[in-house]
Design a protein around this ligand. Structure first.
Ligand code: DC
Length: 226
């Protein structure tokens, strides 16, 4: 196991990526956004024009595709068959279809392995997703689970998109958050839930920096007592 494995899990829009990136920077660790691995497979399958609900067809695409994940400038860069796909992965068309990949046990098993292999290359890793503390890195030294009121998560997404010059109706974002929560919580493999030994932080009324400070405080305390 990596000497410094920190997992951050939680629902869509809770701010996991922001917090994980900030924490990784503070600790000189590598940041792994595991949602990007699910998105990469989804995008490759979409580009191959196959039936996304057929896991065997998706596995074939995975075998035939070259995925590369790099840690570059504090970001996870994703290259699919030599093409930079980092931004394309975030398109709403991809977000909508990830559930077909995320709900398939065989595909999840492949992605869990990929995430473990990626992390094994580094000394210090901060990873974020839905199942990092429960399934992928059950022996991680520090486990956090972020929560926030769904309306507040939709509000944050709304602000983020507005800042990027994209006007999306608040009710649509709210509905998407509720739908993604249901799909994340109810899937039978790798569902969204806190690990028994995770520290749960409600971020509804606190900003990302405050969350990171809380985490650093917990990490320092535990580190000293070892
Ligand atoms: O964090 P994100 O929104 O980029 O994740 C995209 C999708 O991938 C999300 O709908 C659920 C899925 N996912 C997952 O099932 N397990 C993970 N560890 C990370 C993401």
């Amino acid at each position: 196991m990596n000497p410094w494995m920190i997992t951050i899990d939680g629902p869509a829009g809770v701010g996991k990526s922001t917090v994980a990136r900030m924490l990784a920077q503070k600790l000189g660790a590598v940041f792994l956004d595991t949602g990007a691995t699910y998105r990469a497979v989804t995008l490759a399958a979409m580009q191959a024009n196959i039936d996304l609900t057929n896991p065997l067809a998706v596995l074939e695409v995975m075998d035939d595709t070259e995925f590369a994940f790099f840690h570059e400038d504090d970001k996870l860069k994703v290259v699919i068959d030599g093409q930079d796909a980092t931004m394309t992965l975030r398109l709403p068309q991809v977000t909508e279809k990830v559930k077909y990949i995320a709900s398939q046990p065989k595909l999840r098993a492949e992605l869990v392995r990929l995430q473990q292999d990626f992390a094994a290359q580094f000394e210090k890793v901060v990873t974020e997703g839905r199942d990092q503390g429960t399934i992928v890195f059950p022996n991680a030294e520090f486990k956090f689970f972020l929560t926030a009121d769904p309306q507040e998560r939709a509000h944050r997404r709304h602000e983020e998109l507005k800042a990027a010059g994209k006007e999306v109706d608040f009710e649509t974002l709210n509905r998407q958050i509720v739908e993604r929560d249901a799909s994340d919580i109810n899937r039978t493999v790798g569902p969204l839930k806190p690990a028994a030994d995770a520290i749960v932080i409600d971020t509804t009324t606190i900003d990302a920096q405050t969350v990171v400070n809380k985490m650093l405080g917990i990490i320092k305390t535990k580190d000293k007592s070892d």
